[in-house]
Design a protein around this ligand. Structure first.
Ligand code: NAI
Length: 328
């Protein structure tokens, strides 16, 4: 029998946690033959609710679920962790300045990064979901100098999936016919969903759409502002689709992208496409055997260049702000 994979989830008692944990325990994160052991990290006020969720996990009698530990101590939560999903974050509340938001999240992601550095397994893979996800990942990464930088990633898969469906609905294609779509930049309103390299049933997507006005004025803002539209409609933020994207992100990272396709992940920049080295920015990536590579050699047209640069500029500003706060 295989040793269980230790999966740590922070913010386990939150909305996304509730949508995520059952899918991890059922085998959808890593594979239907991979046993998992869950480590749930919460703040003290969240522990009781996390225990309630753990009771429900027990009540599912998932054959792959080999254990559940609940703690408010990051050192325990990340001990031996193979996969860490950093979901818990400090949300922006009314009147909060960006500097305050970054500082409050630094207080969460810096100690968590250190605990990962000191206690996680050698093969640790980290996905940051909690916003501002790219910069929170940057903070955690900076606090974990002994972990290879490439193990810290930020989630833009929800944006990627949102873009897939918008494009499918526009063209009448099936989502499964769309390949090589890319989200560039920050997981924020400045993100850039790029269809110039995408293919729909083997044909170039931008040419198939043939409508740059739709791209600029409908597609891009619909994808970028989808989170706000969900809050408006549902009265609560997107949780099930965010959890689904986290499952997709890790599943793809571990199990690989399909031949001829790629996905979008926030990963540490090596300077590709003019994105400043060290920023955690979304790129087109292929994955294989648990490792990823940024897709190289794509031609970036003027339309794309302007938008990528604007999102990267925002990431640089966030990086400079957390640097000024001593968080990186
Ligand atoms: P939520 O507020 O329902 O849950 C957050 C949970 O985190 C709470 O239970 C809270 O007690 C816990 N928490 C706070 N600080 C913590 C700490 N230091 N350690 C452990 N747990 C801690 O929020 P929800 O809806 O689950 O969203 C979580 C985060 O995910 C938010 O930051 C949200 O903005 C972000 N998000 C990111 C998306 C993306 O595409 N990257 C998409 C949707 C949401």
């Amino acid at each position: 029998t295989r040793t269980p994979v230790n999966v740590t989830v922070t913010g386990a008692a939150g909305q996304i946690g509730y949508a995520l944990l059952f899918r991890i325990a059922s085998g959808q994160l890593l594979g239907a033959d991979v046993p998992v052991s869950l480590r749930l990290l919460e703040i003290p006020q969240g522990l009781k609710a996390a225990e309630g969720t753990a009771m429900e996990l027990d009540d599912c009698a998932f054959p792959l679920l080999k254990g559940i530990d609940i703690t408010d101590d990051p050192n325990k939560a990340f001990d031996g962790a193979n996969v860490a999903l950093l979901v818990g974050a400090r949300p922006r509340t009314k009147g909060m300045e960006r500097g305050d938001l970054l500082e409050a999240n630094g207080g969460i992601f810096k100690p968590q990064g250190k605990a990962i550095n000191d206690h996680a397994a050698d093969d640790i893979k980290v996905l940051v979901v909690g916003n501002p996800a790219n910069t929170n990942a940057l903070i955690a990464r900076a606090a974990a100098p002994d972990v290879p930088a490439g193990r810290f990633t930020a989630m833009t898969r929800l944006d990627h999936n949102r873009a897939l469906t918008q494009l499918a609905q526009k063209t009448g294609a099936a989502v499964s016919d769309i390949k090589r779509l890319t989200i560039w930049g920050n997981h924020s309103a400045t993100q850039y969903p790029d269809i110039f390299h995408a293919e729909i049933a083997g044909k170039n997507a931008a040419e198939t759409v043939g409508d740059e006005t739709w791209l600029a004025e409908t597609f891009i803002p619909t994808v970028a502002k989808r989170g706000a539209a969900i809050i408006e409609a549902r009265g609560a933020s997107s949780a099930a689709s965010a959890a689904n994207a986290a499952i997709d992100h890790v599943h793809t990272w571990v199990n690989g992208t399909a031949e001829g396709d790629w996905t979008s992940m926030g990963v540490v920049s090596d300077g590709s496409y003019g994105v400043a080295e060290g920023l955690i920015s979304s790129f087109p990536v292929t994955t294989k055997d648990g490792a990823y590579e940024i897709v190289q050699g794509l031609d970036i047209n003027e339309f794309s260049r302007t938008r990528i640069d604007a999102s990267v500029k925002e990431l640089e500003e966030e990086r400079d702000a957390v640097r000024a706060l001593g968080l990186i």
